[in-house]
Design a protein around this ligand. Structure first.
Ligand SMILES: NC(=O)c1ccc[n+]([C@@H]2O[C@H](COP(=O)([O-])OP(=O)(O)OC[C@H]3O[C@@H](n4cnc5c(N)ncnc54)[C@H](O)[C@@H]3O)[C@@H](O)[C@H]2O)c1
Length: 322
């Protein structure tokens, strides 16, 4: 399926992962349409790309437009979503409605027109379960009034919708991303930790480590995430949920030190209590570590970019773009 030229629709295509995915699909000779309501997209990052491929400012909540667009494409990469722990706490209703209703619009239309969907889910769905996280492992969330869990709950529900539509005959694959980073990752106080640290290091600001810095994550470079996402088009992946991640685990304090070193920065490292950053109801996930055996067997894929290499590339990009 990946061999012939496909008509690909990317929702959330002006975002970090979606824009890289769009570029790679175009490089491989596929035809791509991007839709995004620019809730969190940066059109200025992609001016070149948007001259080459159609970009439509449309919300995934516009079910009539979604229906029309899905009908005219072969594969839909559904990445358009509201994400991030801070968003989940500040805008939980908007997040739940956008994510769940948007996904339902995409899935309904794709079933109607017999199109393939690759749905972007997240390692957040594992919640407080004990790593390593395997796709068929249990999930564990905190109390409902801890709004921090609403992003995980929305993606869990969306995954369940995907599998339900799969039972009705939809060709759908779910990719669960583990902390993707690279050029164009969003910076800002509540953004992913890597862009936040790089931005502070390059500006000479304190690098703020939330909590004691012993929490660990496995970071995955964007080109690896994109490659795995494209492989998930394959029919063998229908009705499958697949972790997309690396297994190089790093604690956040060591990450801060590494970013500072690679950026040649003198920024101090500052510990900030979680209570000072997040409102009541926040819970941290201490360790996040994927089981990647399914990614390796089903997608025949292993991440290729080393952490040092990926981090250095990302720092170079931020030097030009902050
Ligand atoms: N970056 C990661 O590490 C990571 C990890 C796990 C899962 N994901 C998932 O991958 C997908 C892409 O994430 P990203 O990191 O590129 O984030 P991003 O915020 O850069 O991209 C999401 C895009 O969706 C768009 N969007 C929001 N609401 C929309 C709507 N109503 N209609 C159309 N577009 C809308 C935003 O404007 C944004 O451009 C998301 O579904 C996210 O949940 C990302």
């Amino acid at each position: 399926m990946t061999q012939k030229s496909l008509k690909c629709l990317i929702t959330g295509g002006a975002g970090f992962i979606g824009s890289h995915l769009a570029e790679e699909l175009v490089n491989r000779g596929h035809r791509v349409t991007i839709i995004d309501n620019l809730y969190n997209g940066k059109q200025t990052y992609h001016d070149d790309l948007f001259q080459k491929i159609p970009f439509l400012k449309i919300s995934v909540l516009d079910h009539e437009m979604i229906d029309l667009l899905v009908a005219n494409h072969d594969v839909i990469f559904h990445l358009g979503a509201i994400l991030g722990v801070k968003s989940t706490m500040d805008r939980s209703v908007e997040l739940m409605e956008t994510n769940i209703d948007g996904t339902r619009n995409v899935l309904r239309a794709a079933l109607k027109y017999d199109k393939k969907v690759v749905f972007a889910s997240t390692s957040e769905v594992y919640g407080k379960a004990t790593p390593p996280f395997a796709e068929d492992g249990d999930r564990l969330y905190g109390a409902t009034n801890k709004l921090r869990w609403c992003y995980a709950v929305s993606k869990t529900l969306e995954e369940t919708l995907c599998l339900g539509y799969g039972l009705k005959g939809l060709k759908v694959s779910v990719v669960r991303y583990f902390n993707i980073y690279g050029p164009r990752a969003k910076e800002g106080p509540y953004a992913g930790v890597i862009p936040r640290f790089i931005s502070a290091a390059l500006k000479g600001d304190p690098i703020q480590v939330y909590g004691d810095g012993t929490q660990t994550r496995c970071f995955t470079y964007i080109s690896d995430a994109v490659e795995a996402t494209i492989r998930a088009i394959d029919d063998e992946c229908n009705n499958e949920i697949i972790n997309i991640g690396s297994q190089s685990e790093m604690n956040i304090l060591n990450l801060a030190k590494l970013v500072r070193k690679l950026s040649h920065s003198n920024s101090p490292i500052l510990y900030v209590p979680f209570e000072d950053v997040y409102p009541l109801g926040f819970e941290e996930i201490p360790n996040r570590y994927p089981d990647v055996s399914k990614m390796s067997s089903l997608l025949s894929f292993k991440p290729k970019v080393s952490f040092i290499e990926g981090l250095s590339e990302t720092i170079e990009w931020f030097k030009e773009n902050i």
